[in-house]
Design a protein around this ligand. Structure first.
Ligand code: ADP
Ligand code: GLC
Length: 482
């Protein structure tokens, strides 16, 4: 089965969050499940640089008159066939893929990402005579217009199914209505039954409305987004589309996240021989100027510093955590206020709190390897990957019971310790007090070293690989094509 994956990011070439991890892991996972996978990506500089022996497939003129050169080649790092939009003035600029250096959205994002969807639809309709997808699978708002262009585009040469995956409903790609007329979609698409959203144009809504099937990245989040509390204004549409909405839990790319083979950490280890983990902890404490105490319970945060992640609850708990003899290491970047608050805590308690503002892939691995507990107190979390990386690296996740966090972490309550399902700490009410109680449970378990080690060993041995999710995606594709 030929599958075209369409996304704006792909690990390890371009990553701003978990979307990239998933887009980077899916091609191999689906290949393992019998699919012939190709990817379509915007021509950001690291992606162009990785493309081996690029051939120009064709040059096309977008509906708004812009010329796009489509290159085809193999991504050296991933060993996957890729189509890339080679339009340097659109994709090769300072800033992030989405924002300029002043953290403002690029002024022409609607065209930059409409182009991605438009070309995906052309490929679905036979643009490459040598390879045509049976399934076009697009991810997040950046690729969401794929389904709309497919719905209105050239007649599909043969059956092509469209799948749209929501990684985060909160980022919607909403633009002023004036831009709609740039995009070459028929006027009636700008309606309630289309991509109109409170008078604006919403790429997210286009994906949700026009895709043959919608998936999201955990079963619990698939339910949550059908409620007004978490539906971001789209819960009505999602309830209507409930029969075509599935939650498929993300997984861990074990070729990247495996403490037994990880070259980014100073000492490797595994569930049976965890001694390297203690060494990683000592090395990190030393490197960051924390007191080098093996017994100090070390908490870690690796996160975008945004409101979604609930980190103000951690700020509220820091003093309590230190008073109990704990330590905290934070790696993150994002909102200036959160950056400043965390940095201030580190300045106040340098022997107990270390904060690094920035984005550092290797350092993230070192934190999971060194810490005892990974904090993920998100207000909402479609899936969340860091709690799963924590599990793999024996850093027990402490999470708010929401979205994919609820689907992956089981609290160390007595009954779960008894039946062997416990793998972390879960709080239900989204409050500092509830997080603090969970932190105390972590200390309490840590005071019983035999039980701590047993929970940690089971956590590290949990099956978190891609096999299950890949099989679910393939079953879905087959169902849609049947
Ligand atoms: P989200 O996609 O909402 O940010 P996820 O938990 O799904 O949340 O994925 C976050 C990914 O980004 C993980 O791979 C995590 O390790 C990584 N990450 C987040 N912040 C940083 C950072 N400052 N440095 C390195 N990696 C980071
Ligand atoms: C989004 C979500 C996160 C999820 C990731 C990958 O960024 O915020 O919860 O893990 O996508 O699906």
């Amino acid at each position: 089965m030929n599958v075209l994956q369409v996304s704006a990011e792909i690990f390890p070439l371009l990553k701003t969050g978990g979307l990239a991890d998933i887009a980077g892991a899916l091609p191999a996972a689906l290949h393992g499940a019998g699919c012939d996978v190709r990817v379509l990506l915007p021509g950001f500089a690291p992606i162009m640089a990785d493309l081996q022996q690029p051939q120009v497939l064709t040059e096309l003129t977008a509906p708004w008159g812009e010329t796009v050169r489509i290159c085809h080649g193999e991504l050296a790092t991933l060993g996957v066939q890729a189509y890339v939009l080679d339009v340097p003035h659109l994709y090769q600029r300072p800033g992030t893929p989405y924002e300029d250096e002043q953290r403002q959205p690029h002024h022409d994002n609607h065209r930059r990402f409409a182009l991605l969807g438009w070309v995906a639809a052309q490929l679905a309709c036979g643009l490459d005579a040598h390879w045509q997808p049976a399934v076009v699978h697009s991810h997040d708002w950046h690729a969401a217009l794929t389904s709309a262009y497919l719905a209105f585009g050239p007649v599909r040469g043969r059956m092509v199914a469209s799948v749209y995956t929501v990684h985060n409903l909160a980022y919607q790609g909403v633009f002023a209505p004036i831009h709609f007329y740039d995009l070459g979609l028929p006027p009636h698409a700008f309606s309630v039954n289309g991509l109109e959203f409170h008078g604006q144009m919403s790429f997210m809504k286009a994906g949700l409305y026009y895709a043959d099937h919608i998936t999201t990245v955990s079963p619990t989040y698939a339910k949550e987004i059908q409620t007004p509390e978490q539906g971001c204004g789209l819960d009505g549409l999602l309830r209507e589309r409930a029969p075509e909405l599935t939650g498929i839990l993300n997984a861990v790319d074990e070729s990247v996240w495996n403490p037994a083979t990880d070259s980014a950490i100073p000492h490797t280890f595994d569930a049976k021989k965890p001694v390297g983990k203690a060494r990683c902890k000592a090395a990190l404490q030393q490197a960051l100027g924390l007191s080098v105490k093996p017994e100090a319970l070390l908490f870690g945060v690796v996160s975008r510093l945004t409101e979604q992640k609930g980190l103000h609850l951690v700020l509220a708990a820091v003093d309590d955590l230190i008073a109990q003899g704990g330590q905290l290491v934070v790696l993150g970047t994002g909102e200036a206020a959160l950056e400043a608050e965390f940095s201030a805590r580190a300045a106040r308690h340098p022997e107990s709190v270390a904060v690094r503002i920035g984005y550092d892939e290797a350092f993230a691995h070192q934190i999971f390897a060194a810490t005892d507990v990974t904090l993920v107190p998100s207000r909402f979390e479609p899936c969340g990957l860091t709690q799963m990386y924590g599990l793999k690296y024996g850093s027990l996740p402490l999470v708010h019971k929401v979205g994919g966090l609820a689907d992956t972490v089981v609290d160390c309550a007595l009954e779960h310790l008894a039946d062997g399902s416990a793998n972390g700490f879960v709080f239900k009410e989204f409050s500092a007090a509830a997080l603090q109680r969970a932190v105390r449970r972590a200390f309490a378990l840590h005071d019983r070293p035999t039980e701590w080690r047993a929970v940690r060993q089971r956590a590290m041995q949990q099956q978190l690989g891609w096999d299950k999710a890949a099989a679910q995606y393939v079953a879905l594709y087959r169902h849609l094509l049947a």
